[in-house]
Ligand binder design. Structure first.
Ligand code: ASP
Length: 328
């Protein structure tokens, strides 16, 4: 077997973070250039040819269209290169699920594309970065990783982009899969897939857009004001996502404001501020008569990405939108 060639696209995050001391609490994300990270990885004796490109050196809380656009074109280029076997994106954990989902919806499910991050900076005691990186190399090098879509490797788990959720602010085991658990488990020396790849040769669901339209998230809370909705529309929002209570509920004045927005032709997706569970149609809100879309298993931040891609593709019919949210 020839040595796999893996392209590493670095964006920053805690995996490239530095505190300057192993016992300092504060640190800065995105300090270590990819060349230095690869020099560290060399000491692990990883059985793959790694080459790296610095796309950005930022905390992922600052990622946005400019970085995503460059990242997408580098991944497309690497996937088209017969000499490259897989792609790893080093990324901050704060928005890894959003970047992973955006890429997953806009790339064909061919060669493995794996996001990886860390919860502890590179120079912290017990840093998880190199282990997660070694795990990601193992996944990206594996022929069984083809046809699975974009994945996230963290804490020895392999998660599908559509399922990955950050659920803890500081634990090294900060991600879980919802509604499906991990696709498999990985360590630097073992790899177990739980099922065969489900998306071999599946094309991209959406074309890469020229830009992403403005979609805002409205967070529901007890006795919250509803005039924020009109303010967001007048600021240019082309769609709204409700981070609702429970099954995507909200106080009556807020729901009425959102209904008026739908009547004016701006789509509204009802999602939940609760970490787990589905938001289904017509439970306590009459989606059929108002024209809301239910987010099903997608949380507000992922719903926002899906809605942005639909709007960029000219999809505005609520029934069609619902079918995209129903799809897994
Ligand atoms: N704020 C960091 C980031 O998302 C956190 C991390 O990487 O864990 O870049």
């Amino acid at each position: 077997m020839t040595t796999p060639h893996i392209r590493i696209l670095a964006t920053g995050g805690t995996i490239a973070g530095s505190a300057g001391s192993a016992i300092t609490r504060g640190y800065r994300a995105g300090q270590v250039a990819i060349a230095d990270m690869l020099a560290g990885a060399k000491t692990l004796g990883i059985a793959a040819r790694l080459d790296g490109v610095d796309i950005a050196q930022i905390g992922s809380q600052d990622i946005g269209w400019a970085e995503w656009d460059i990242l997408h074109s580098h991944i497309a280029e690497a996937c088209a290169d017969p000499d490259v076997d897989g792609v790893i994106v080093t990324h901050g954990t704060d928005t890894a699920e959003e970047t992973a989902f955006l890429l997953d919806l806009t790339l064909a499910a061919g060669k493995p594309v794996v996001l990886v991050g860390a919860m502890r900076p590179a120079d912290a005691v017990g840093s998880d970065g190199l282990r997660n990186f070694a795990n990601a190399v193992r996944v990206a090098s594996d022929p069984g990783a083809h046809g699975r879509g974009v994945m996230l490797v963290m804490g020895d788990s392999i998660l599908a982009a559509s399922d990955a959720r950050k659920w803890a602010t500081a634990n090294v085991d900060a991600f879980k899969g919802y509604p499906r658990g991990p696709l498999g488990l990985v360590t630097p020396t073992t790899l177990d897939w739980f099922a065969p790849p489900a998306r071999i040769r599946s094309p991209a669901r959406f074309a890469w857009p020229e830009c992403l339209p403005r979609v805002e998230i409205v967070y529901a809370a007890a006795d919250v004001e509803s005039d924020i909705v009109d303010a967001l529309i007048s600021l240019g929002a082309k769609g709204l996502v409700l981070a609702g209570m429970g099954q995507g509920n909200a106080p009556k004045p807020l729901l009425s404001a959102l209904s008026r927005v739908v009547q004016a032709g701006v789509p509204v997706v009802r999602a939940s501020r609760v970490d787990e569970g589905s938001v289904d149609r017509n439970v306590e809100v009459d989606d059929d008569s108002v024209g809301f879309v239910a987010s099903r298993s997608y949380n507000p931040q992922k719903s926002r990405i899906l809605l942005q891609l639909m709007l960029a593709s000219g999809i505005t019919d609520p029934a069609r939108m619902q079918s995209e949210f129903d799809r897994r």
